[in-house]
Design a protein around this ligand. Structure first.
Ligand code: ZN
Length: 181
């Protein structure tokens, strides 16, 4: 087991756009293993490299019976259906709020060996792909909440025992979904 500490909300690495992976080497294999072991240890649906303090475009996922990793991923929505559902984040422990996401997505990226990988997902897996891909752009799901929910979320976070009290920089609607949400 190579479980690593998870960076928490307020850590600048979570607000940094991660770099593309260039070298498919031993360090990358170690990173994927660390992500996997830490995600499984915490019972998370997914974990992105910035959450371990590594600013690279890699995430692991394990939800709805699907499991794996994606390197340098991109995704697109399949259809225009949305889903409103409970979402949480290992970097904002013990809390969850309703977040609006695309219902179906297809993600493309690479595996450890540099081979192309495609992941098509619905519901939870689609939510996970969007959430983890956001992490690679320094975006947190808080940014996707409606204004009222986000304010309530921030109040809750400020009171959390794990929060260090730093005033975080909140991004506003980085990528509006469906033009209205
Ligand atoms: Zn997260």
């Amino acid at each position: 087991m190579t479980v690593q500490p998870i960076r928490l909300f307020g850590d600048p690495v979570l607000r940094t756009k991660a770099d593309e992976v260039v070298d498919f080497d031993k360090e990358l294999r170690t990173l994927v293993k660390d992500l996997w072991d830490t995600m499984e240890d915490q019972g998370g649906a997914g974990l992105a490299a910035p959450q371990l303090g590594v600013s690279l475009r890699v995430f692991t996922y394990h939800c709805d019976g699907f499991a794996g990793h994606l390197i340098n991923p991109t995704w697109t929505a399949v259809g225009d259906e949305g889903q409103l559902g409970e979402e949480g984040c290992l970097s904002i422990p013990g809390m969850s709020w309703d977040c609006f996401r695309h219902k179906h997505v297809v993600a493309r990226g690479w595996n450890l060996h540099g081979e192309p990988v495609e992941v098509e997902g619905t519901d939870l897996l689609a939510r996970c792909v969007q959430h983890e891909s956001d992490h690679l752009d320094g975006v947190l799901f808080l940014d996707r909440l409606d204004e009222e929910t986000r304010k309530a979320a921030m109040r809750e976070i400020r009171q959390a025992s794990w929060f260090d009290g730093a005033v975080p920089v909140m991004k506003q609607n980085p990528h509006p979904l469906f033009g209205g949400h």
